[in-house]
Design a protein around this ligand. Structure first.
Ligand code: UDP
Ligand code: MG
Length: 310
């Protein structure tokens, strides 16, 4: 039977959310009267989510479990979901029900109208700290300005993609992944639908500041050379300053003034330039490290248990 909808859910220690997730997804998807599958990717959970996923799959054949050998991170878990999906339209959604499954119906409508990517825009967010809201907002705006791809603002990974788009994305095997950037990069007919992002129904966020920062760096390095250009800019700016400063200092000294004498000015400039150079090296390092990771060509993820019907 041809599958119309694939629902992809990455799961990392979400045992308190799983039953409700399954119930709501099933309720919504049955309303479409089309064949669907629910792909649950267990991203190295240690709280018993894996067994729950296995049980769900035993009870309902539409549930297809992909169990990872360890934690590979959210973006990679979703990637595995895309690889295993067979639907004509593929929906990515979080396990904590912050993204309401009911919105899938609205997305499916837009898809039927001919849109190939329907992304969900967070018009409002509930139950998140001001720090998370502020950093998230800053993150979206920074990415928008810096990167070469126009990634829609306030948009997470919650989206529906046509099979054509998924097939292209599945060919992009970069390892430091920023899926919403990749899905904007491919083009096609795209549209947003607004929704209110609810609070998590249970459990804690699996995206602490450290992981958000990683994702932001992946987004910037994956889609632009901006940081490298900043290094070049600082290089030119300080070289320019030196060219102007040399004759100025020479003239001042010849005129008998005591400007620029002593260790302090020298020390400040050496420290400043040293800092700029080290930061530039660090930026170079980020890109080189990524090159190295790509060159190793390791698999993106390791699957311990794949769906039986694979
Ligand atoms: N997640 C995952 N692997 C990870 C971290 C998170 O599969 O290493 C899943 C998590 O179970 C959830 C989704 O990614 O389904 C989004 O995570 P979370 O809700 O913690 O992020 P937030 O909404 O706080 O940004
Ligand atoms: Mg969440």
């Amino acid at each position: 039977m041809k599958i119309t909808f694939s629902i992809i859910v990455p799961i990392f220690n979400e045992k308190d959310n799983l039953p409700e997730l399954y119930r709501r997804v099933q309720e919504v998807m049955d309303k479409t009267h089309k064949p669907w599958e629910l792909i649950l990717i267990d991203d190295g959970s240690s709280d018993g989510s894996s067994d729950m996923i296995r049980d769900l799959a035993k009870k309902d054949k539409r549930v297809r479990p992909v169990i990872f050998a360890r934690n590979f991170g959210h973006q990679v878990a979703v990637t595995a979901g895309l690889d295993y999906s067979r639907g004509e339209a593929v929906v990515i959604i979080d396990a904590d029900l912050q993204d309401p499954p009911e919105l899938i119906l609205e997305m499916a409508q837009k898809w039927q109208d001919g849109y190939e990517v329907v992304y969900a825009v967070r018009a409002e967010r509930e139950g998140e700290s001001w720090f998370k809201l502020w950093t998230a907002s800053l993150f979206y705006r920074m990415i928008y300005r810096i990167t070469d791809v126009k990634i829609p603002l306030d948009t997470g990974d919650f989206r529906l993609m046509d099979r054509k788009v998924v097939d292209v994305m599945n060919k992009m095997r970069e390892r430091h992944r920023f899926l919403r950037g990749m899905s904007a990069w491919v083009g096609f007919k795209q549209i947003g639908v607004e929704y209110k992002r609810a609070a998590r129904i249970a459990g804690e966020t699996k995206y602490p500041f450290r992981k958000m920062l990683r994702l932001a760096i992946n987004a910037v390095t994956g889609f632009s050379y901006f940081p490298l250009q900043v290094a070049t800019f600082f290089g030119f700016a300080s070289a320019g300053l030196a060219i102007i400063a040399i004759p100025v200092v020479a003239i001042l000294r010849l005129a008998g003034t005591h400007f620029f004498e002593g260790q302090t000015t020298t020390l400040i400039f050496v420290l400043f330039l040293g800092g700029v150079q080290l930061i530039s090296l660090g930026i170079l390092g980020e890109y080189i490290g990524r090159l190295y990771d790509e060159a190793k060509g390791r698999p993106l993820y390791i699957v311990r248990e794949a769906p039986e019907d694979q």
